[in-house]
Ligand binder design. Sequence first.
Ligand SMILES: Cc1ncc(COP(=O)(O)O)c(C=O)c1O
Length: 386
Amino acid sequence: MISVSNRLQETKEYYFSKKLREVAQLKKQGKPIINLGIGSPDLAPPDEVVEELMKATQAPGAYQYQAYKGLDELREAMCNFYSTHYGVTVDQDQEVLPLMGSKEGIALISMAFLNEGDQVLVPNPGYPTYQAATKLLNAELLYYDLVEAKSWHPDVEALQKLDLSNVKVMWINYPNMPTGEPVNSKKLQELIQFAKSNDILLVNDNPYSMVLTEDKFSIFQLEGAEEVCLELNSLSKSFNLAGFRVGFLVGNSEFVSAVLKVKSNMDSGMFFPIQKAATKALKLNLDWFEAQNDVYKKRRAIVWDICESLDLSVNTDAVSLFVWAKINSEHTAEELADELLYDRDIFVTPGTVFGSNGAKYLRFSLCVSEEELNVCKQRILKPKAV
Ligand SMILES: Cc1ncc(COP(=O)(O)O)c(C=O)c1O
């Protein structure tokens, strides 16, 4: 018998990969499911990006292997994006690395920095890939709590009381997913100090910086970040290019070159037309983001109404692509999510997907048209069939 590796036996199939199969099955049976579960932007990417993509498919050499570090012009555009939107200077030769989405970056950073048995601080609730990558490398998970009472930011005092001698990496993600908590620079500055004092690599996963935010944030705006931080960025949500698979890593040259060492052994460069189109996207000005955010604001208002009808509380100061709503009834997140799926044909994500601290929360995606959201609203207002 051919068995899979021990590390894979420890790893569960990604929640959405399993649940979306069930949703597809229900749809096949004729159920008109509306999917508010997943953060895959439905709005069109910029026209000029698609045009550039098509044009570049005809370029000489377009189908050849590409440089591991990406095109110079792509890295330059990434650095200009950092200076234009965040006021952060990044060296295009040494401090930036194009990636196939930030999800790839989570795996590569883990491979570059973790030894078996190292401990990794992972947020609860948080994006599930941090823990999956940690487990796949036989490193040890050390969950830290994010709770509403502390504005979904880590409690540095509580962290300091832990035995941190084996902690190598800490994952953070601000603006935060799933809670939508905006950045609190003061708290993150404390965290940088904490990482510095304890020799911990602090990684900010930052794919939501342009979605419904007032201030555009990068961890490198904060003092001392270049010594201990890496940051992942992504074109998936900022430019409606989730299927394109383009993200990038920013950090000091030593950290970035460690990740490049792993990456150059794992793939052989990004498809040329995708690099050209990504370069185009990164050059767009603020008008692009404002137009997207106007659409998201209208959608969010309908989701807030839906939440009110379901007796869920929301934080109207929250940002990013989701509404994170607190359940006020005795229902668990999974019970309510199942009820919505089976009785109302609405798929939402139970907060438990992101950890036990999500047990009383549901996450609603804004990647659904106003029209469909209004249908959801009607379905919820309609008395349940008995
Ligand atoms: C917090 C967080 N990090 C990373 C990702 C992955 O993004 P990408 O498409 O860049 O791989 C997501 C996607 O939903 C996310 O929510």
